[in-house]
Design a protein around this ligand. Structure first.
Ligand code: 9MR
Length: 462
């Protein structure tokens, strides 16, 4: 959606940490007040979205409001693991595609929600653990992100992985029990599958500065320092009758790490000062230049998961509520604009994906193993996914040597360890993927600067 140029003056702001970006912040005025949420948010380069359900798209009041007011959509349930992979290896995208097409045909952004979540795992995954679950989870991320490649604005790659309360640590789940690195493995797989999508971590009860949000903050800081691909953090903002006083400061501290922030599932109990709380959230996002948009979790009160709390912007009949007006007014009052050029993440998110050669796994022959590599490249770098296939004998450990041309430098690897970063780089299995049954496969990957491997990798068993 074009962003009208209506700056009323500019001020230069040295942005965020490190040498990430210097943004020019335009402060908009109140002229040309837009009359819909999406159009008003677009004036500062933002989106205003709603979670929607495929089953409601036949309701004309619902779709009228959706098409008029919102310029981003999130599937409420249709892209979750239980919906997209109801039995292992069988993928169903019918309802997810309906949401996607609804959004794209209306010129909206589509937020993908969610690749991995301990809730709404399909039954077959609930009963899995260890290596089998890890491989299934990474395969799920790869398949779904590949299906929607190039069409999703931002993915919630991992949802709600942190514990409530004062620990600041991870929540227990079968995914967490596969190893603490499951989140970064998921982000790397998502990046390899869809380099253009922004990759988000999304959670609730992280809406102020508290132990849980600080746990997430520390993870994001660690990811940024190690080059794990993360672009954004989603703050669900399922709010009751109050809002943390440090709501905006919390968004700002994450933005200062060099990630976008988004309000991803906003709804506010009607019992308190609903209209004011909605306006406070809107103003906080507008005040943080890297807050790229707001999504409300449903359209009418009757569409909400919070039955009886009337937490949304439209009443059961589709009429605008006071909360709607306060959001629209807050949007029209303007705020910072998003930096038009996002800070460089690795790999750059603005580079269109390059075709990935299909992974052709040669049939296993004899003992030992074989390895094939597929690449997602961009100017100056690439993500390599390497498939290791056992021969006629099961593997108990493997090493894959990838020949890199002069100038290529490995900047990170997952599901493997590498002792060198240039030349013939040997990647060794990690604990959970060394054992591969005869004829079966496992995958690892790495990210590098340069042009890509010069010859076929060599796999050695043991
Ligand atoms: O709104 C969703 C509801 O229809 C589902 O029954 C529920 C199942 O767990 O998930 C709801 O959406 C959740 C979202 O995916 C993640 N954050 C919390 C949301 C509300 O529970």
């Amino acid at each position: 959606m074009p962003i009208p140029r209506r700056g009323r003056g500019t001020l230069l702001m040295a942005a965020v940490t490190g040498a990430v970006v210097t943004a020019t912040i335009a402060v908009t005025g109140t002229a040309n007040a837009a009359t819909t949420l999406g159009a008003s948010a677009a004036q500062t380069g933002r989106y205003f979205g709603a979670a929607i359900a495929a089953g409601r798209l036949g309701d004309s009041t619902y779709t009228r409001i959706l098409n008029t007011e919102f310029n981003s959509v999130t599937p409420e349930n249709e892209m979750k693991w239980d919906a997209t992979e109801p039995s292992q290896g069988r993928f169903t995208y019918t309802n997810g595609d309906r949401i996607l097409n609804q959004g794209l045909s209306n010129g909206s952004k589509v937020r993908g929600h969610a690749l991995l979540w301990h809730n709404q795992e399909p039954g077959w995954a609930q009963s899995m653990s260890g290596t089998a679950l890890r491989n299934a989870a990474i395969n799920h991320v790869t398949q779904v992100a590949t299906h929607y490649r190039g069409k999703i604005y931002a993915w919630d790659v991992v949802n709600e992985a942190f514990a409530d309360g004062s620990s600041g640590g991870r929540r227990d789940s079968n995914l967490q029990r596969t190893g603490n690195d499951w989140i970064e493995a998921a982000f790397r797989a998502a990046r390899a599958a869809d380099p253009a999508a922004k990759l988000c971590y999304n959670d609730y009860n992280t809406d102020g500065v508290n132990a849980k949000s600080t746990g997430v903050y520390n993870m994001v800081r660690d990811f940024k320092s190690r080059g794990v691909p993360i672009d954004c953090v989603g703050f669900q903002s399922h709010l009751g009758t109050g809002i943390p006083g440090d709501y905006q400061a919390n968004l700002q501290r994450f933005a200062a790490l060099g990630v976008d922030v988004q309000i991803t599932e906003l709804d506010v109990a009607q019992g308190g000062n609903q209209a004011n709380i909605y306006a406070t959230v809107t103003r906080a996002c507008l005040a943080v230049s890297r807050c790229t948009g707001i999504t409300v979790w449903g359209i009418r009160d009757s569409d909400s998961w919070r039955t009886g709390e009337n937490p949304l912007l439209f009443d059961n009949s589709g009429n605008k509520k006071a909360a709607y007006t306060s959001v629209l007014n807050a949007l029209n009052a303007g705020g910072t604009t998003n930096p038009t050029t996002p800070p460089v993440t690795t790999p750059p998110v603005t580079t269109p994906p390059v075709t990935t050669p299909p992974v052709t796994t040669p049939p296993p022959s004899g003992a030992g193993c074989t390895a094939t590599v597929s690449l997602n490249t961009w100017t100056g770098g690439y993500v390599a996914t390497v498939r290791v296939t056992a021969g006629a004998t099961a593997l108990n450990g493997w090493t894959v040597t990838v020949p890199l041309p002069s100038g290529d430098v490995v900047t990170g690897a997952w599901s493997s360890t590498n002792s060198a970063t240039t030349g013939n780089v040997a990647f060794r299995n990690v604990d959970y993927n060394g054992q591969v049954a005869a004829g079966a496969s496992t995958e690892f990957g790495f990210q590098a600067n340069g042009a890509g491997p010069s010859a076929t990798p060599v796999c050695q068993a043991g």
